[in-house]
Write a protein that binds this ligand. Sequence first.
Ligand code: HEM
Length: 215
Amino acid sequence: MFAAGTDTAYLVLEFAMAELMLHPEAMAKLQHEVRSSSIPKGRNAINEDDLAGMTYLKAVIKETLRLHPPSPLLLPHLSSEDCDDVEGFRVPAGTTVLVNVWAIGRDPELWDAAEEFVPKRFVRNNGENEGVDFRGKDFQLLPFGSGRRMCPGMNFATATIEIMLANLVYHFDWDLPEGVEKVDMAEVPGLTVGRKEKLLLIPTAPGIDHLLKGY
Ligand code: HEM
């Protein structure tokens, strides 16, 4: 499960990079936030200590998890008691229940511009992160599930994705390979959903001034 969880974190990272390639204004905003952070002298990579103020980075990851939850139906659950009325349905004890968090994340009754990648929906006017979170309390955003069986790797996974994404956009600018016009967002359905095509991108170092500023 540990290896599977780590692979899942890479899936999210790949979807985040793909969405950022499709939305250059979001990539520019993220790079601005990450490259404006002050990294202590003698260190040239972003680490966990630098992430606290990076609200847009966190919003990009939340928005990626909203549109691309890697486990779109969570794991199967079993109802332990009779539930007489769930939106007009009776669910007897012992029923296998699948929760479609992919559909909930794209429900236009719950989200404005539900199909669009809009990270700033998770940033408040004062620059802090918007209250809706994926920690299992807000039922419109459940990429890690909710309750007793929710993902125990959530904090590890999000910290890993934040650090990897921050460093990728801090150190490099990214382009599509020659001849490729647009990132293909086709997905492979399954218990976990990944991208159909591998994401191929070309990194270029944008000048190293921002890396050297601490030296
Ligand atoms: C972005 C990355 C990840 C996502 C989106 C994710 C999502 C999930 C989901 C949806 C579940 C099922 C929850 C439910 O059915 O209510 C789950 C279970 C689980 N996850 Fe993760 N996971 C991630 C990373 C990780 C990592 C890194 C680890 C381990 C270090 C991990 C360990 C587990 C375990 C052990 C369970 C089973 C918990 C149980 O059945 O009680 N996951 N995860």
